[in-house]
Write a protein that binds this ligand. Structure first.
Ligand SMILES: NC(=O)c1ccc[n+]([C@@H]2O[C@H](COP(=O)([O-])OP(=O)(O)OC[C@H]3O[C@@H](n4cnc5c(N)ncnc54)[C@H](OP(=O)(O)O)[C@@H]3O)[C@@H](O)[C@H]2O)c1
Length: 282
């Protein structure tokens, strides 16, 4: 059975890998990107490229409607567009915080909202929200990234229950680390306060936010090589996920990612366990 996909942020990283993997197995893809020129190298009969910045709600609604009108039906909606914002809460500006929420949370919300009436009319479909293991736990200096993905997970868990009676699936794909531009050129940073120097050093192994790690600081020192798997590894798992007859609401994806989720859940449980009123079911 072939499928039709709608993928946001499809030009690079995970979104590009999902797009090429779906096309390679004979599926049709509506790929949305902010700059269509970034897709010029990918020509395919089954590929439609639409321009979309997910922060623009009106454009999201128009684009989703156009995609359904063009293809007739869409089986898989992948809310992938997103980026990471790093910095202590007090290091971040209002504009940075709002943009993080507009992209990672509202962007996925607007696409989901626009797609649901079409999926209900079809009586089928699968919304895949590209989330993170950081939506189970949290890290210092990642508060707003955590917040945006926890918000994504909160509305999506509820939406999964709303859509089940209509035969529509929703999965939170909780990704571990993959070698994309996420931790490189895409990442945005707060303005460093000296008070957080030691936390930066503990977390990232350096006193500054990370230009020097991935981009040669002096033009001579080579940047650190990523040890994370490539995005095609994630794409294979997403293809397998959407092929499942009864996909789960949460799917952890990536080497070592299950362990991160286990540790986050255990830390939460231990925190509650300091309250003697708490007992666990046998
Ligand atoms: N890589 C990881 O380790 C990892 C782990 C957990 C979760 N994730 C999540 O995976 C998703 C994809 O990230 P990635 O790793 O593939 O990073 P990436 O290589 O930086 O790609 C990010 C994609 O998101 C797009 N994007 C950003 N803001 C957008 C906006 N306002 N409207 C439309 N598109 C926008 C980018 O488009 P432009 O090219 O126009 O900037 C790009 O296509 C994100 O939601 C990220 O949080 C990644």
């Amino acid at each position: 059975m072939t499928r039709t996909w709608f993928i946001t942020g499809a030009n690079r990283g995970l979104g590009r890998a999902f797009t090429t993997a779906a096309l390679a197995q004979g599926d049709r893809v509506v790929a949305t990107v902010r700059n269509p020129a970034t897709m010029a190298d990918l020509q395919h009969d089954l590929l439609t490229v639409l321009t979309l910045d997910v922060r623009d709600r009106e454009r999201v609604i128009d684009t989703v409607n156009t995609a359904f009108a063009t293809t007739g039906r869409i089986d898989v909606i992948v809310n992938n567009a997103g980026y990471g914002l790093v910095g202590a809460v007090e290091e971040l500006t209002e504009a940075q915080i709002r943009d993080q929420m507009d992209t990672n949370f509202y962007g996925a919300l607007w696409v989901s909202q626009a797609a649901v009436p079409h999926l209900r009319a079809q009586g089928s479909g699968h919304i895949v929200q590209i989330s993170t293991v950081g939506a189970v736990g949290s890290l210092p200096l990642f508060s707003m990234y955590n917040a945006s993905k926890w918000a994504l997970e909160g509305f999506s868990a509820s939406l999964a229950d709303e859509l089940r009676p209509f035969g529509i699936h929703l999965t939170l794909a909780q990704m571990g680390g993959f070698d994309t531009d996420w931790a490189k050129s895409s990442m945005k940073f707060g303005t460093e306060l000296p008070a957080y120097t030691e936390q930066r050093r503990a977390l990232f192994g350096m006193p500054d936010y990370w230009g020097p790690l991935f981009e040669s600081a002096d033009g001579e020192t080579p940047p650190v090589e990523s040890t994370e798997p490539g995005p095609e590894v994630a794409a294979a798992e997403i293809l397998a996920l959407v092929a499942m007859p009864n996909p789960p609401v949460r799917k952890v994806i990536g080497p070592g990612a299950q362990q991160m989720v286990t540790m986050a859940l255990d830390a939460r449980r231990q925190d509650y366990a300091t309250d003697p009123e708490f007992t666990w079911p046998a």
